[in-house]
Design a protein around this ligand. Sequence first.
Ligand code: AMP
Ligand code: GLY
Length: 431
Amino acid sequence: MNIALIGSGGREHALCQKIYESKLSKNIICLPGNAGTNKIAVNINIDIFNFKKVLRILRFYKIDLVIVGPEEPLVKGIVDFLTKNKIKVFGPNKYASKLEGSKAFMKNLCKINHIPTADYKICKNKKHVLNFLSKHSCPLVVKADGLAAGKGVTVCKTKKQIINISNEIFNGKFKSSNKIVLEEFLEGEEASYFIIVDKNTFKFFGTAQDHKRVGENDTGPNTGGMGAYSPASIINKEVENKIINKIIKPTLKALKNKNTFYRGFLYVGLMIKNNEPYLIEYNIRMGDPECQAILPRLKTDLLKIIVNTVNDNLKKTSINWKKKKSMTIVLCSKGYPGKYSSNKIIKNIYKLKLKKNEFIYHAGTKVLENNVFSNGGRVLNITSLGNNLLHVRKKIINLILKLNWKHGFFRRDIGWREINKNESYQRKIQR
Ligand code: AMP
Ligand code: GLY
């Protein structure tokens, strides 16, 4: 099959690698891809939001299946457009994409279907905000309704901060949002649960925890994600059953009741407290960098799973996983998520010798005359697998040190929560 993959991040390089390894794939094109996908696919640098142009490229390359990595083209309706033009595509339609594209839509769906989530109010003006503030105390969370490239959510400690941020959003800070969701702050531990969904059924697609803050000990501003590990042990069988029965099933049923359906990856972002899961957010795609930690654990052919999903045959597909644990650390440009410079050469990248179970996924990179240059805030993702997360992390850090990229930085404490849990467990059983 000829495959087109849309997107240019580390998630897409990880997807591309798995598709490349599949016996079912023939040619792969990436729109637009990065320096990593360039080695295993043909990168085509076009505007992915110009759907007509995308369609022309897909026809020219005789593409049999399109796989969409990021949320924005999905929210803008690329699946509906391609389906109408008789191109097979993996990802949710425009209506189902509102689960991520509109926080107000997602929260209302939760309320109507009794899905556990933080109490909230959709506010269209200052009066609505003041009304919610008169009934709830801080901390509270302000969320821009629409997509905001990870910058739309602020946890606020004071009412003044809430009013300022709400005003900024009402005044057009994010083009995608003229309203906000104001909600209660949930305490607990965050974790993500992934599924793959077709018209008839859904299957487990891994668990992970990521680290969103830029600094060690989870401090500093939010980023797209500084690292992740999989699986997340906080999602035990009991929690998993609750996630499925209280959150996932009612959501998929709600879409069916609207005469539509979900097809694609679904990322369920959760807060877990005392073995009770609460939905924080839905993402209509794999997580980045969670995908780079999860996919190396997948034993089954990814393309076979995706083809079966697009044909609504997921029920018959068994999905198998390696028992090993995995971790991804993100190497960023210095200054990220604030100002940083791009176009810095990454000299040693092709000299690094990777052992079995070690992977480098490119994110913000590009190739110029056979050299790799940085091209974004999150530049490379280094993943490794093993039985012990502390050892896995050491292996990754050694690789990053060998790369010796002066313009980059990374967090050395990815997985601290899981590693501390394991260590205290080890101490307990040794006593
Ligand atoms: P979201 O874009 O909705 O995932 O929010 C980004 C991050 O903000 C989440 O990963 C959480 O760390 C935090 N967050 C969002 N909503 C809440 C909430 N109601 N309570 C606590 N933290 C939250
Ligand atoms: N790592 C968080 C996300 O993909 O949204």
